[in-house]
Design a protein around this ligand. Structure first.
Ligand code: COA
Length: 157
């Protein structure tokens, strides 16, 4: 049976930290699907369509990219994914991720959550820090791909 992994997130916007986790997941699973959550309650800076476009422009062409707005477990079932992959950056991520993994396991006990430790040089990056830096005029080239840098430069903050 081929292994299918889903890597979910809001990706507002995708950062080099995400890109690293996605590339490493590709070495472990036959198919890697990035699931871009609508996350309406977070009032994202970029529209869902733009976030999907920026993920596609930032990862290798073998990675499948979709938006979703319901439960993650339902999206995984629709895509026949057996695994959810997330990046872990610091101990502060752990409790939040543990709670999400526990909820997802209750909703679908057959779905496994797997964690990839963030690259030591990328662990401090977050989408909100990138948005803040772009808003305040810092060069974000070392944190995001060129496509994301261009998109941030076009935002009227
Ligand atoms: N590199 C860089 N940043 C990373 C990262 C990495 N490897 N891993 C996580 N992050 C950052 C994100 O950029 C984000 O940063 P920000 O808050 O500063 O913007 C933060 O960590 C949180 O990311 P994440 O844990 O992926 O949360 P999210 O809000 O982006 O996505 C979902 C969460 C979409 C996976 C989750 O809400 C979900 O499954 N929603 C669907 C509804 C559902 O099923 N709910 C029940 C389960 S609780």
């Amino acid at each position: 049976m081929s292994s299918i992994a889903v890597i979910p997130g809001t990706y507002d916007p995708i950062t080099l930290g995400h890109v690293d986790v996605i590339a490493r997941a590709q070495k472990l699973f036959d198919t890697v699907i990035v699931a871009v959550a609508s996350s309406r309650e977070k009032r994202p800076l970029f529209s869902l369509e733009k976030r999907i476009e920026l993920v596609k422009a930032s990862v290798s062409p073998e990675v499948e990219v979709f938006g979703f707005s319901g439960l993650l477990v339902d999206f995984c079932a629709e895509k026949r994914a057996q695994v959810v992959v997330k990046g872990l950056r610091a101990t502060t991520d752990f409790e939040y991720e543990l709670a999400q993994a526990d909820i997802n396991a209750k909703l679908n006990p057959n779905l496994e959550s797997v964690y990839i430790m963030a690259h030591p040089e990328l662990g401090y990056i977050s989408s909100s820090a990138v948005r803040e830096m772009a808003r305040l005029g810092a060069d974000v080239a070392q944190f995001v791909t060129p496509a994301v840098k261009t998109a941030l430069a076009e935002v009227d903050f």
